[in-house]
Design a protein around this ligand. Structure first.
Ligand SMILES: [Zn+2]
Length: 254
């Protein structure tokens, strides 16, 4: 699927971008600090580790949250395999924190969960975690959610996740269910979110997470975690065992 690209020559996409510059459709967010496609490609030519980024697009995204209209910046990223896409939603409070600020953002790196995030499944705590993170980010002067759809089911994908749920119905916990279906306990990789944060200009962050593996993975990819902000949510009868397993077998701080 992946073609090798001549990074030195502008592609059709680059031409399109030149004819339709960022500032034309996004005039009130300065382009400084936001690397454009051409910049990303030329960076990739010098640094093989940066080749993951092929495309980025940005816009304003008004959302409804608990009856309020909130204005966010939406930055979409796509890596070279095309199947890995990610979105960063940035909230800047009261216009005080601009792109040149040295403020340290409050960040949630959220693994996509179709059943939880969209349909509010009670078998996991993803929806509650996402809502809590969104609330804290909206209440902060500088907050970012990096949303990773390809992290579905701790990176094993939707089909295997549902297979693992079926195995849990037979009595296994979330760790043993993955092992029983031949899937890794956690297949998530944090290189892409680390690159996204760096490209947005934030190498130091305050991370909202209870998962020490996430902290160390982001740190391994060059992100400095200056503070860990725990995200405590209330367990339900459906996810009580799931949360206990995350605490007891995956070292989550719950
Ligand atoms: Zn979930």
């Amino acid at each position: 699927m992946t073609e090798s690209l001549d990074l030195s020559a502008p592609t059709e996409d680059c031409h399109k971008l030149k004819q339709d510059p960022f500032d034309n459709y996004f005039p009130d967010i300065p382009s400084a600090g936001f690397p454009r496609l051409k910049t990303l490609r030329s960076t990739a030519a010098k640094d093989p580790a940066a080749e993951m980024f092929l495309e980025m697009a940005s816009t304003h995204l008004p959302i409804e949250f608990k009856g309020r209209e909130i204005e966010l910046e939406a930055h979409a990223f796509e890596d070279e395999t095309i199947s890995y896409q990610a979105m960063a939603l940035v909230h800047r409070g009261h216009g005080k924190v601009d792109h040149t600020s040295t403020a340290i953002p409050l960040v949630r790196v959220h693994s996509g969960c179709v059943t939880g995030d969209i349909f509010h499944s009670l078998r996991c705590d993803c929806y509650a975690q996402l809502q809590l993170s969104l609330e804290q980010i909206i209440n902060s002067d500088l907050g970012i959610i990096v949303y990773l759809p390809h992290h579905e089911g701790r990176g094993i994908g939707l089909v295997k996740k549902i297979k693992a749920y079926a195995a849990q119905n037979r009595g296994l916990d979330t760790v043993d269910a993955n092992l029983a279906i031949g899937a890794p306990i956690d297949a998530r990789d944090y290189e892409l979110p680390a690159k996204i944060l760096k490209h947005l200009g934030y190498q130091s962050i305050r991370l909202m997470s209870n998962n020490p593996a996430k902290l160390s993975a982001l740190a391994q990819h060059g992100i400095k975690i200056v503070e860990q902000v725990k995200t405590m949510t209330d367990p339900s009868q459906h996810n009580e065992r799931y949360l206990a397993t995350k605490r007891d077998r995956m070292d989550h701080m719950l």
